[in-house]
Structures are given as C-alpha cells and as structure tokens.
Design a protein around this ligand. Structure first.
Ligand SMILES: Nc1ncnc2c1ncn2[C@@H]1O[C@H](COP(=O)(O)OP(=O)(O)OP(=O)(O)O)[C@@H](O)[C@H]1O
Ligand SMILES: Nc1ncnc2c1ncn2[C@@H]1O[C@H](COP(=O)(O)OP(=O)(O)OP(=O)(O)O)[C@@H](O)[C@H]1O
Lengths: 217, 217
C-alpha cells in the first residue's frame, strides 16, 4: 500500500484522490477551498483545508514515507511552480505536476518534477484520432515505432480467412487478436484459417505511422 | 477528409482543433473570446469570434456537411447544455460534449450527445493506476474482462525462459510480446524458449481484474 498526497482538488485532483483511494492507497488531499475538501473527505484517508504555499503546512503533512506528491493546481502557474519548489526543498522523491500548457510543462520539468500531466491535451489527441479514423476503437503506442490498434473489422474482410486476406503482405500488420463483440470474447493469436465474422474487432500490431493510412476498400 | 466544428477554445478545445487539423481534417472553431480565437487561427482552417448561444451564428457555420460538432465548454453546464440543444435542433448528426462531472454527463447524454468526454477523470484514473502499480507502463482494456498490459519485466524473470517461468499457469496471463527497451524492438508471439533480458517490457494479455494483483517476487 502506497502513500500519496494530492495538492489541489479541481476536477483532476479530486478524481485522482478518489481513484488512488479506491485502489487501496493511503491518500491525503490538501486544498484551500473548504467546499472542495468537504466534497472528497469521505472517500479518501484524510482531507485538509490549508494553503499549499504555507511551508509549515507542507512540513506537517509531508514526510519521507510519502511515495508521490501530485500537484494538481494547473490554472495558476505561479502557485504550481512555487509548490513544486517547496516540495523539492522538502526532499519529496517523486513529484507529478498537472500543467496548463507546454510552457508550464517546461518550467516544472526544469524544476525537477518526475512527470507532467496535461489531461486536456492527451484526451484531445486521442479524440482527434478516433474522430478521424472512424473504425478506430483504440490505439496503444507500444514504442515510438509500433502500436497496437483496435479496428472494427472492415465489411470487405467478413467471411474471409486471415490466410486468404494475406494482411501482413498487403498492409504490413499482424492480427494478434480478433474480438467477438457480441460474445465479448477474444481469440488471441488466431490461426490463419480463422474466418472474420461480422461484429468483430481486429487487434493489430503495426507501425505507428502506417495505421492512419490503411485503406480497406 | 472530414469536417469538424469545435465550439469553445479552452485547453481541450484548442488542443482538439489543432490535433484534428494536423490529421488533415477541415476544422472550424468558434469562441466568444478574441484572444482564444487569435491564438489558434493560424493552425486550423477557420476560427470565428462569436457567441455559440446565438442561433444565427450556429446556422451560418454549421450545415449537414459537418461530420461532428464538439462542444468543448465544460465549466458552464448551462451554456454547454443549451448549445447541445441548439445543435440537435439544427440536425447535427454527431455531437461530442466535454463535461465537468458525472451529472453534466447525464444531462448531455439525456439530450442525445453521442459521446461525453471527461478528460480530468480519464487521465486521473490512468495516473492512479500507474502510480499504484509501479512497474505498469500501459494498460489497455480490450473488453470488460480482458486487458493488454505493458509491465516492466520483473528482476526475478531475467535470464529465464518463458517455458520455465510457466506464466500462464502461475499467473494466468499470456505474454504476447516482449519489448527490448534499448533497441526499441518488439518480439511478437515470442517462442517459449525466449529468455527475458534486462531492460525489457512484457506485453501481456490477462483478465482485467487480475493484473493489479500480480506478485512477481
Ligand atoms: N495555494 C493553494 N493551496 C491549496 N489549494 C489551492 C491553492 N491554490 C489553488 N488551490 C486549489 O487547487 C484546486 C485546483 O485549482 P485549479 O482550478 O487552478 O486547477 P485546474 O488544474 O485548472 O483544475 P481542474 O483539475 O479542474 O482542471 C482548486 O480547488 C483550488 O482551490
Ligand atoms: N457562449 C459562448 N460562445 C462561445 N464560446 C464560449 C461561450 N462561453 C464560453 N466560451 C468559451 O469556451 C471556452 C472553454 O470554456 P471553459 O473554460 O468553460 O471550458 P473548460 O472545459 O473548463 O475548459 P478547458 O478545456 O480549459 O478545461 C472558453 O475559451 C470560452 O471563451
């Protein structure tokens, strides 16, 4: 079981504090706004009404048993930056900072945060991909070059076998799984004689730069 | 090439408009704030300073050639809800709405949006998982029951073969790939005699409820 401190209970901070708590961790949250603290205190270990810019507060609630402190105050770059500075002074070993834009990310990274989080940008990138590639269900980058992509089986594949479609040759990807959507089952490493059924989803491994361009006419 | 309209250029809306544009789509953005419009207009097809609550504005810029309208105004539930209502009246076929909490999501869903987006909650859930399971690199739910999980190869596996580790029996998962982090290469469907190297990452398929509990001592 790990110990976390979440500073800032905006939408991200509150969701994070509760999610960490549900996973069995010990979670302390700090926010200057009473209402935010009241809203979350029954779902986590402890919630404190305090100003994170007050060094004494930080010293009182953060010791070396804390695994990670997450600074979830993004709209005020000054506050976010100062809190990170104080946490570094306190010797906190792992700090995650939510940011409002790329410049804010550069500042926090320069100060030594271990990870920056920019939810609006990540989810915007994911949604943009899903809206653009309409049969795309999910895309997981595995390495800069490779991705696993979940794509709705094209109409033109239905009724044919993997062998006859010769996908590795035609498109350069390997089908590592076929999901039957109605039965919610996955056939992993399907045999080459597997026939594509309607209402199925392909899990493919491919080069990242190639999948937006697949044309399955 | 698809046509999108993004209403609201907050952090999410601006990131989305630019991301959609980079993927080759036609993107029109609407925001009531001149500065937000100025900041994004060089990166997308067109950006308009206007009040989205003005039905004439919506009629002028949205026709049936638009594939999807994304309402990216989350802090004001009233504005978000009214804009969605107007878009439904205009017959927009696909609407995505950004929300500030679960109640907001219920309202937009009741009004008929096709998808709700809650970036802070999604990313908080993902970060909570990554912080809790320290060797976790990525987690892709494939179906409610199954997931692909990228986990750093435990020290205790290094130097041993898949066959001798007998992972399917011991842990109930299949290793569908092994990534060599230094060479950035992936061995898909590794043979049972593959030896785990240091600095590698396992891609495993497992039951979703099981992976937070793997103990690789
Ligand atoms: N000095 C401070 N000490 C403690 N809490 C603070 C301080 N300044 C701001 N906060 C709190 O941090 C929280 C998040 O702040 P803010 O809204 O700036 O972040 P955000 O990243 O835009 O939020 P969201 O997660 O909703 O996108 C608020 O609840 C606010 O009360
Ligand atoms: N009636 C309106 N017409 C057009 N644009 C509007 C209207 N009301 C608000 N906006 C714009 O919507 C944008 C996003 O609004 P808001 O900050 O409420 O959303 P948010 O979801 O909290 O943002 P973020 O994406 O930064 O988290 C702002 O740039 C604002 O100017």
């Amino acid at each position: 079981m790990k110990q976390f401190v979440v500073i800032g209970l905006g939408r991200f901070g509150s969701n994070l504090a509760v999610a960490l708590s549900k996973l069995g961790n010990q979670v302390l949250a700090i926010d200057i706004d009473r209402k935010k603290v009241e809203a979350v205190k029954d779902y986590i270990t402890e919630a404190v009404i305090a100003d994170a810019l007050d060094m004494r507060t930080l010293k009182e609630f953060i010791d070396n048993k804390v695994d990670t402190v997450i600074v979830a105050i993004a709209s005020d770059v000054g506050t976010s930056t100062l809190v990170v500075l104080y946490l570094k002074d306190l010797g906190v070993k792992h700090i995650v900072g939510k940011v409002r834009n790329e410049d804010h990310a550069k500042i926090l990274t320069a100060l030594g945060v271990n990870e920056v989080i920019y939810p609006e940008s990540d989810i915007a990138a994911r949604l943009a991909e899903n809206l653009t590639i309409s049969n795309l269900i999910a895309h997981i980058p595995l390495a800069p070059e490779y991705s696993i992509v979940e794509i709705i089986t094209p109409e033109t594949f239905v009724g044919k076998t993997l062998r006859e479609l010769d996908l590795r040759k035609k498109f350069g990807f390997s089908v590592i799984g076929i999901k039957d959507v109605l039965l919610d089952k996955i056939d992993i490493n399907p045999s080459p004689d597997t026939i594509f059924m309607p209402d199925s989803v392909m899990l493919i491994l491919c080069k990242t730069e190639e999948f937006p361009h697949f044309k399955f006419e």
